[in-house]
Design a protein around this ligand. Structure first.
Ligand code: ADP
Ligand code: MG
Length: 230
């Protein structure tokens, strides 16, 4: 089963709104965090459980705002020539500790002869992180995540991230990338939407291939266009 995911006007409108709203929410959040910290410091142990909950919920709001901010049109963001395999290697290093905690091992293959791409490396890394994190999270009993960075026909770089998780049902496949679609108790349902948006900005595409009970593969394609590679 495959789903081809395309550009969406909804995402563009959402992107413009996101920046404004996120900034508006950030300021009161900072004040809240400060005063809650003061309260906690002066209240002894009695309410420590309450403070724990308050702080973790604030943290959750924080992550939602951060993901939303990425939706906004990149302003201070700089496109540079970068090696996609290198970005992936850094991402894998970053997530290795988390993988080990979940009994997950990475199997990687990098084609080291790929041209550099004109891209925003932190944004691309964000996409890799979101998709690899999902792969880890979908294997509660551990397993392998296969990661490949290679050439694809049509002058493209192909990145594939394959897990051995539960897979995605046909009904859920339609909702992949929709804002707030999550099947996780503590999920935000924003990781993939943000990833699609970033890929769209890089003129790339995402294809999802999944088989229930077998696993899921995310295929990312980034074009090597004239004048944008070394
Ligand atoms: P979150 O991880 O917060 O739920 P995402 O946008 O990252 O939000 O993912 C949305 C949903 O897509 C997940 O809740 C899950 O149902 C589904 N999903 C994403 N990646 C995978 C995967 N590798 N295997 C199975 N389901 C997945
Ligand atoms: Mg996620």
């Amino acid at each position: 089963m495959e789903a081809q995911l395309q550009n969406s006007d909804t995402l563009n409108i959402l992107g413009e709104l996101a920046a404004g709203i996120a900034h508006e929410i950030r300021n009161p959040m900072t004040a809240l965090k400060g005063f809650i910290q003061l309260l906690e410091n002066s209240s002894g142990d009695q309410y420590s459980l309450y403070f724990q909950v308050i702080k973790s919920e604030l943290q959750r709001i924080d992550s939602i705002i951060n993901e939303f901010l990425i939706l906004a049109k990149p302003q201070a963001i700089k496109y540079v020539r970068e090696d996609i395999a290198k970005i992936m290697k850094e991402t894998v290093d970053l997530l290795t500790a988390q993988a080990v905690l979940h009994d997950v091992q990475f199997k990687t293959f990098y084609d080291d002869s790929l041209p550099k791409l004109f891209c925003e490396p932190n944004q691309i890394k964000k996409v890799f992180i979101n998709i690899i994190k999902n792969a880890i999270e979908v294997m509660p009993k551990g397993g392998f995540v296969y990661i490949e960075v290679s050439n694809a026909p049509g002058n493209k770089i192909h990145i594939s991230i394959k897990d051995e998780g539960e897979g995605i049902s046909a009904a859920n496949m339609e909702k992949i990338g929709e804002p707030f679609f999550t099947t996780k108790e503590t999920g935000t349902g924003l990781g993939l939407m943000v990833s699609f948006k970033i890929m769209e900005e890089h003129r790339g595409t995402i294809e999802v291939e999944s088989e229930l009970g077998q696993g899921t593969t995310f295929h990312l394609y980034l074009p090597i266009t004239e004048g944008t590679s070394d």
